[in-house]
Design a protein around this ligand. Structure first.
Ligand code: BTN
Length: 233
């Protein structure tokens, strides 16, 4: 269960960093949320633009997750975000592995970081949801927010509360069901991409988070981190 303890900050470098620094003293499920982040981070060392008005939060899970379960966690968080947006009557899709998109524009990014030698001692799950931002400047064509649809300011606390509710509810749901939803909302299946100088079609996503790619010559399985799905077509 997450969100029994919620730490609210005005500003922080990154909510993921905050939890990492304080991981020893904080209880399982603690959430930290900040109005702005001065060094918000995305996957692959990208910067996550973090001005006031959007939702930036992370939560910590301690000592129960095996490495093979990271995809399960990612799927659970993704489906929870899809449900939060549905609550606002907004239909969204999952771009494997960790983006939530609407009409090909990103509304949410998820950054899972795990620490531990063999198995995971603790995991930090960071979520950024575009809530009230309407001008993304040079990223305008590829970002979108809840306000774009609702046309009025939305409280970020309300969005966080909805996430906590949805996530906690999904904790009681067997992974097979969540995985069904994950696939149903996935937008990459059937798309093509270039990989190792060949054109592949994405045939499926396994419940371990691997992608099956098919070309005229071969069918291969690749893992979460070995590919960037920038140029799907
Ligand atoms: C991505 O799309 O690459 C993931 C973006 C994750 C952004 C969130 S905002 C809250 C948390 N703190 C961070 O520094 N990053 C995550």
């Amino acid at each position: 269960m997450i969100g029994k303890n919620v730490i609210k900050l005005e500003s922080v470098d990154s909510t993921n960093n905050y939890l990492k620094l304080n991981s020893n003293s904080l209880e399982e499920g603690t959430i930290v949320v900040s109005k702005i982040q001065t060094s918000g981070r995305g996957r692959s060392d990208h910067t996550w633009m973090s001005e006031e008005g959007n939702l930036y939060f992370s939560f910590i899970l301690k000592g129960w997750i095996s490495r093979s379960k990271v995809f399960e966690l990612l799927a659970r968080v993704s489906v929870a975000v899809i449900r939060v947006l549905k609550d606002f009557n907004i239909e969204s899709q999952i771009k494997y592995p960790n983006d939530i998109l609407i009409e090909n524009r990103k509304i949410c990014g998820i950054l899972i970081e795990s620490y531990g030698a063999l198995e995971i001692d603790y995991g930090i799950i960071g979520v950024g949801i575009n809530v009230n931002q309407t001008n993304f400047r040079e990223l305008d064509y590829k970002a979108i927010s809840i306000k774009h649809f609702i046309k009025e300011d939305i409280s970020t606390d309300q969005v966080l509360d909805k996430f906590i509710r949805e996530y906690n509810e999904l904790e009681g749901v067997p992974f097979e069901k969540i995985f069904d939803d994950y696939l149903r909302y996935s937008m990459i299946i059937g798309k093509r991409l270039d990989y190792n100088d060949k054109v592949y079609t994405i045939k499926g996503i396994s419940d371990k988070g691997k992608l099956t790619l098919e070309s005229y010559e071969d069918t291969i399985e690749i893992s979460l981190n070995s590919i960037k799905l920038k140029d799907l077509y």
